[in-house]
Design a protein around this ligand. Structure first.
Ligand code: FMN
Length: 198
């Protein structure tokens, strides 16, 4: 099965989470495309902020997402940091270009799941995943949550929600629980995508 992990990350946390989701899908035997959506922040703003600049440089080697990455995939993971409980404009801008795919029903029946990150514990992990998920309803996709299948969802004191993987606090490294939930989610997305494809 083919899995596309498509994300936006301004300062690196969601990039780290996306890599774990991709690794989980590969563990399940999927062919994976890891892709970042186009940046909308002006270059001079990026250049003036050392943290954003370093994250942009770290992601230089990641290919930019195209609509074909959605069409190619049997399963899709979409990731964005929270912005006031919602996805970023960068990911929304990419998803807002899928009108032709919607008109041609090209994403109907594909597996899809969502992941996010927030600076604070109650700052929007679940709301961001839920508000991102309206995309799936309109495209007729099959939503794959993390659920409580990974035991770390029950024990985590950092990120990792039943709705989907998440990261808390923009740490230099993911916590063990965040990593475990992201990997398990990636595996599960690939397994469900494989069954739907069959
Ligand atoms: C404009 C803006 C709005 C944000 N809104 C929230 C918020 O509502 N709740 C929260 O906990 N964090 C909020 N954050 C913090 C980021 O979502 C969080 O640090 C994220 O994990 C960073 O991901 P990244 O390193 O991949 O960019 C906001 C950040 C920005 C720049």
């Amino acid at each position: 099965m083919n899995i596309s992990v498509i994300y936006y990350s301004m300062t690196g946390a969601i990039y780290r989470l996306a890599q774990e989701v991709a690794a989980g899908a590969e563990e399940a035997g999927a062919t994976v495309r890891l892709r970042r959506v186009p940046e909308l922040i002006p270059l001079e703003v990026i250049e003036a902020n050392p943290q954003i600049k370093a994250a942009a440089e770290a992601q230089q080697g990641v290919e930019v997402a195209l609509l074909d990455d959605l069409v190619w995939a049997d399963g899709i993971a979409l990731g964005s940091p929270t912005r006031y409980g919602n996805m970023t404009a960068q990911l929304k801008n990419f998803l807002d270009q899928t009108g032709p795919l919607w008109a041609q029903r090209q994403l109907v029946g594909k597996a899809v799941g969502f992941f996010t990150g927030a600076a604070t514990m109650h700052g929007g992990h679940e709301t961001t995943i839920l508000t991102m998920s309206t995309f799936a309803y309109h495209h007729g996709m099959v939503i794959v949550p993390a659920s409580y299948v990974p035991p770390e969802v029950s024990s985590t004191t950092t990120g990792g929600t039943p709705y989907g993987p998440s990261e808390l606090g923009n740490k230099p490294d993911l916590s063990a629980e965040e990593r475990a939930v992201a990997r398990a989610f990636g595996r599960r997305l690939a397994e469900v995508a494989g069954k739907l494809r069959a």
